[in-house]
Ligand binder design. Sequence first.
Ligand SMILES: [Zn+2]
Length: 274
Amino acid sequence: MKKLLFIAVIAALTPLRDAAAWGRLGHATVAYIAEQHLTRKAKANLDKYLDGNSIVYYASHMDDFKPQMLVDLGYTPANGPRMHMLPHTFSVGEDGEVLRGNRLPGDKVLANCLYYVEQSADRLKNHIREMDDSTRMACIQIIVHSLGDMHCPGHIRYPGNQTIGYFNVVLKGSEIRYHTIWDTPILQAPHPWSFSDLAYLLDRCTEEEQAAITAGDIYDWGRESAAVSKCIYDVKEGDELGHDFLMKYKPLAEAQLTKAGYRLAKILNDIFGR
Ligand SMILES: [Zn+2]
């Protein structure tokens, strides 16, 4: 009975924990697509550094161990209760360009998810021999997770709209935080696919399409994500949303997962496939 109660409590808490990222389904899908496009050498190196585990296994660690990651990234809880979400998001300016940090009240700037991808990739590329096993593994986890986060439409902070969807709407009769819809429900409508189902269904771009998607750098990818995702704020607090909403925006969520998968493979091949 106690066990059942425990499971019920965990289940009740899960949407809250998911509220700051693609949910586990989205992150695992991105990692699985990427894994299909790793070079043999990159795959062998990752196997070695991840003790034989798949990158999919670690795709949500940065969410699952947020308090620890917070400390690892140099924050203290005194910085504010929402601080732990900032490394999972990024901001754009009026011109649509990615800001090199998230703007905080008082003109403070804090590193964003793109910065962590860049910094971790640089450390792995140039300093891998000086790193201990756990630091190396943390850097890989940060890249796998943050590259996914930066493609989630609910993770972009726009000028004049820093909400990242933290307001309530009504979805099919139930009140829900709008941000949460972009974590998992939109990916599971109308079918509750698994991550490997979704990856199978989405990973169908031609070589030419993949080359176009992976061209440029992460700042190009961030700018593009911000441009295509702004439309999600056509929805306002209190709006009543139904099946039509999910079907209208689902292709955007799926396209973002697919692009993130190919781009993650590119970054990992660049680091580990040499
Ligand atoms: Zn996250």
